[in-house]
Design a protein around this ligand. Structure first.
Ligand SMILES: NC(=O)c1ccc[n+]([C@@H]2O[C@H](COP(=O)([O-])OP(=O)(O)OC[C@H]3O[C@@H](n4cnc5c(N)ncnc54)[C@H](O)[C@@H]3O)[C@@H](O)[C@H]2O)c1
Length: 262
């Protein structure tokens, strides 16, 4: 990957976003790392101290238009443009099917505004900048069960809204990879199973992973390396899977008719 490239990573304070930031920075990529938690500042300082490459933290909400505009404008002002956008920020809530109508609608906006609207806004703002630089990469962070050929196609109980948001991401990945191909903007999804992050631990009482999962769960650094391998590979329009208990490696390019769904 050419040095001096510029990336934006959303949801970078912890978990996978911090792992993606570290992996990119270790490759010499300057990263604007943002999160709605101010813990992103400590994460950025730690990574920058380790890699010697500038990591610029920002406190911003991917679900807010003004914040997305501020993030992208800051990348332009500080680094001169954007080459890589990692749409990592994601959120979930339990919304049982018999919860109140009001809760369902409120949870819809809470989840979809980050998991989909944020992706739309950040990507729309970055595409003209990538075009101006002759190309770029958008990587949408999805989940393994949107690859039905390899999984049962579903998630934990009561997370149907999160589930739906990740299936919907496929629409962006598929459509944008085709629409932006002539601009040399590659669009892919990373679709992983369980990775040890605060989100995963939030599914379990007391944040404690079951023993078998604790022994086999993937680590953010492994997905960070997979991101780098994907960016170096140059393919577009694929959902790249990663499964607990299997090597985390970039697969052979998928056949055209299996690119998104499995
Ligand atoms: N951990 C897993 O097992 C797993 C598996 C598959 C997919 N994913 C996906 O990976 C991504 C990262 O997940 P994680 O496990 O690291 O989660 P996490 O909850 O541990 O970290 C997510 C980070 O995103 C931030 N964030 C959330 N909404 C935001 C917003 N609107 N604006 C800015 N920041 C925001 C949070 O503050 C948090 O720091 C998510 O899209 C998630 O759906 C995770």
């Amino acid at each position: 990957m050419p040095e001096e490239r510029v990336a934006i990573v959303s949801g970078a304070a912890q978990g996978l976003g911090a792992g993606f930031t570290r992996a990119l920075s270790a490759q010499g990529v300057r990263v604007l790392a943002f999160d709605r938690q101010d813990a992103v500042e400590a994460m950025a300082a730690e990574v920058q101290a380790d890699t010697g490459v500038q990591v610029l933290p920002m406190v911003a909400d991917a679900a807010q238009r003004a914040d997305c505009e501020r993030v992208v404008q800051t990348a332009v002002d500080t680094f001169g443009g954007v080459d890589i956008l990692v749409n990592n920020a994601g959120t979930w809530r339990r919304t049982p099917v018999d919860s109140s109508f009001e809760q369902a609608v409120e949870d819809w906006h809470y989840i979809m505004d980050t998991n989909l609207l944020g992706v739309l806004m950040l990507s729309r703002l970055c595409v003209p900048l990538m075009r101006a630089r002759g190309g770029g990469d958008i990587v949408n962070i999805s989940t393994y069960y949107v690859l039905p050929a390899r999984g049962d196609g579903t998630n934990q109980p009561e997370t149907d809204l999160y589930n739906a948001s990740k299936w919907a991401l496929n629409g962006f990945t598929d459509a944008w990879s085709k629409a932006l191909a002539d601009d040399h903007i590659r669009v892919n999804g990373l679709c992983m199973g369980a990775v040890d992050t605060p989100m995963l631990r939030g599914f379990f009482p007391g944040g404690k992973l079951p023993e078998d999962l604790g022994a086999s769960v993937m680590q953010p650094a492994q997905l960070g390396q997979l991101l780098i391998d994907l960016l170096n590979d140059g393919r577009s329009g694929e959902n790249i899977g990663a499964w607990v208990g299997e090597p985390v490696v970039l697969p052979e390019p998928a056949a055209a008719h299996r690119r998104i769904s499995g």
